[in-house]
Design a protein around this ligand. Sequence first.
Ligand code: SPV
Ligand code: MG
Length: 451
Amino acid sequence: MSDCNLNRCVNYTNLEEGIIMKKVYLCMSTDVIHGGHIKLINNAAKLGEVTVGVLTDTVVASYKRFPMLSYEERANIISNIKGVANVVPQTDLSYKENLLKYKPDYLVHGDDWINGLQKPIREEAIQVLSTYGGELKEFPYSGEKEYDMFEAGVRKQLSIPDLRRGRLKKLLGMKSTVTAIEAHNGLTGLIAENTQVVENGKAYQFDAMWVSSLCDSTAKGKPDIELVDMSSRMRTIDEIMEVTTKPIIFDGDTGGLIEHFVYNIKTFERMGISAIIIEDKVGLKKNSLFGNEVVQTQDTIEHFCEKIKAGKKALKTKDFMLIARIESLILEQGMDDALNRAFAYVEAGADGIMIHSRKSSPDEIFEFCDKFRAKDNITPLVVVPTSFNTVTEDEFARRNINIVIYANQLTRSAFPAMKETAEIILKNHRAKEADDVCMSFKDIIRLIPEE
Ligand code: SPV
Ligand code: MG
């Protein structure tokens, strides 16, 4: 039976006991409601009583972009739209859990998920619906240009320094483990910003970017010894910021002289960087992955605490994080030294602790984290698993490690690819053979969309 008037046409199931309205489910993530969404809700309401599953903040951040409005605000807005009867959280990109929980007669979706990233999500939804006789109803996706421009406008907002800066802290409150990948120019920034995979009903993106001293120096053909000056490093950050929205963690090396650090940290804060990590070394700093193979001098606890205190005092916002990096394990000074330093640095005001190791086994990192967490369950812990790279993010999360930084993999993968291409051209005295390892020139010219 159906009951149609000008605005609504609702389906009912006629059971002996009476009339039961059909149950309709659709999912929304948006914080930018436009006519396309209203149209879809109207279409859904014609089929029955509409329940909207609103994606939770972590899912939106992993699937789309950081939400401008929180789950509560989005749920409140959507629940007030005509035709919406219920709003429930959807905690995964996958519909499985909510379909099995609410058993809607109809799942409503735009037809934009037939191909692309959401294809496996759609296929799973169809399979789940078939287990209890539910049906998928797809409506043409309203791909109007104005709506895309609307979305692009929101993305631009996210890149504004004052909005970007605090997002790392927000992410730390939302996720058990925040991931960051290195970026050293606009292009790697875009990879960090846009790379996404969908696996087992979940979407994955990197949460943040790490502006590594190693990769920034290597990209300039220079050694990682604080040779690339601050102006140049700031230029790199600016280049990345121009084309991205995700929070930036800046590798500040030793932070330099305290007298200089107090000026530079203010500049980083003003630029919209979310965190700086400074390491407790002095003099000619070399990359930690050399360990004691080269001469490296660790700072005294007292002096490094002075640097932390001075840096924190210079800051103007609560959004910006100063994270202290401990080199005791790298320089083989022992676990006790690492832990003493960690507690002293937190006492001096550090907003987080990065513990580093160049061992392939994570044992010393885990021992440090367990012992640190026995006394401090709040301060964020950061790791850079370049050498102990068998550990998964879930394992780090179980150890209460909050930030995982993939510090150099983009640079390390790009270099051999470029070298191989150069060799192929040299060997063949022409470029044809290199085409097999290159993206097409059509793709490269379209890689960066015009505004
Ligand atoms: C960097 O990426 O520059 C770092 C991390 O400082 S490491 O290279 O492991 O020292
Ligand atoms: Mg570095």
